[in-house]
Design a protein around this ligand. Structure first.
Ligand code: T4K
Length: 373
């Protein structure tokens, strides 16, 4: 331990940015006056339209969180049987599949991008397969073209868990425009948030009425309930936070880019660490700062040691979803995912993380990795 590097105030793995207080309260005042609090209120509608403009997508619907949005997407597509997916993701992705009475089939990941490896998908397709549910992990887009080619060949739906990819572009095209459906999370820990919240973008506009019914108990008219739906509606207060945050999103991404650049600068030359690189054709949003350590022991030690300096890191995503106690799968089938999950560590990443703080975190890492050798 090097005592002079201990932070006085704990550095969390992330911290939400907040919008201009007066702007937010302006929206709240309107909600107060109207007494219309949820169920497709005017702020909800304004937020939805602004988001569709920002993400440059023609179809979009809002939800109370990203997870329920994903479940509603799987239901609206009326999937059956098996869904090929990645085990290297947040619990939500796999739980959504299971909660919709579908069977997840775990495909291994690419060792460089940490996304589902398209080269390994076709071997897993059976007559029961109805979809591929891929995740753009840490904001780095999947191999969209390869996945679509496989899906077209086998007549499968493609759903993207785009929880980490708000504002990301591929070859100048907004990330919301790929596959059949993409899900965005607006949780407080995300690059863009509405406290809690989520959105689906989708290619087939006929999905809109089904999604709207599904998020409102399956009700299609005052006396008709056509689907076994849920309650997954976004309320006016969430939408107000989202609208206010949309005003600062470009600054948010610029600030994160600076934090990312500072990390690259101060971690340069550390042989034990591999960083996530974005291809030239991707415009990233700098959602996370994952590092891949040499082995499991080194990752765990570094995580523990950083904690003693008041730096909170997270092992996103360890364990693999396929290893959860609530499931019973054979993880040996995804060795690359296993290796990444054992060695990954997400460093603090948020817009307000100063250059001095990043420098100090990197000095701790340098010192502690030196100690571990
Ligand atoms: N798919 C993927 C790939 C996802 O990553 C997620 C969510 C979803 C689907 C589902 O989307 P949502 O239904 O959530 O919209 C956090 C988030 O709760 C979760 O949204 C996120 N992924 C996941 C990667 O991270 P935890 O369990 O790590 O959260 P927690 O409470 O430990 O927060 C992390 C840190 O953030 C805290 O240590 C401090 C800071 N924090 C957190 C909150 C809530 C704040 O500073 N302020 C806050 O209000 O899951």
């Amino acid at each position: 331990m090097k005592n002079e590097l201990v932070f006085e105030n704990t550095i969390m793995v992330t911290q939400p940015s907040l919008p201009n207080y007066e702007r937010y309260m302006g929206y709240i005042k309107g909600i107060w006056d109207r007494k219309w609090l949820t169920n497709n209120g005017p702020v909800h509608e304004e937020f939805k339209n602004e988001l569709k403009n920002f993400l440059r997508t023609k179809n979009g619907e809002l939800f109370t969180n990203g997870h329920l949005a994903l479940e509603m997407a799987l239901k609206a597509l009326d999937l059956k049987g098996e869904v090929i997916t990645t085990p290297f993701t947040f619990a939500s992705t796999t739980h959504a599949i299971k909660n919709c009475n579908l069977e997840p089939v775990f495909c291994d990941i690419d060792p460089v991008t940490y996304n589902i490896d398209p080269a390994k998908i076709e071997d897993l397709i059976t007559e029961k397969t109805s979809a591929i549910l891929a995740v753009h992990v840490f904001g780095n887009p999947c191999d969209i073209q390869a996945i679509q080619t496989i899906a077209d060949k086998h007549n499968l739906k493609v759903i993207y868990d785009a929880a980490h990819t708000f504002g990301v572009e591929v070859d100048g095209k907004g990330i919301a425009n790929f596959g059949d459906v993409s899900m965005f999370s607006f949780h407080a820990t995300k690059v863009f948030h509405s406290i809690e919240g989520g959105m689906l973008s989708f290619s087939d506009n006929s999905l809109a009425p089904t999604l709207n019914a599904l998020k409102n108990f399956g009700i299609t008219s005052p006396e008709t309930v056509e689907y076994v739906g849920s309650n997954a509606k976004m309320n006016e207060f969430q939408a107000a936070m989202g609208l206010s945050n949309l005003e600062i999103i470009n600054n948010e991404i610029d600030s994160r880019k600076e934090v990312y650049t500072n990390y690259l600068h101060y971690l340069e030359g550390l042989d034990d660490i591999r960083l996530l690189q974005f291809p030239d054709y991707v415009k990233p949003n700098y959602a996370y700062f994952p590092i891949l350590l040499k082995d499991h022991k080194q990752r765990n030690l570094l995580c523990e040691q950083l904690g003693k300096y008041n730096v909170i890191t997270r092992k996103y995503f360890y364990p693999l979803c396929s290893q959860f106690d609530c499931y019973d799968y054979d993880v040996k089938e995804t060795p690359v995912a296993q290796g990444v999950s054992d060695r990954i560590l997400c460093l603090p990443m948020y817009a307000n993380l100063s250059k001095e703080e990043v420098k100090q975190i990197c000095e701790i890492i340098q010192y502690e990795l030196g100690d571990f050798k």
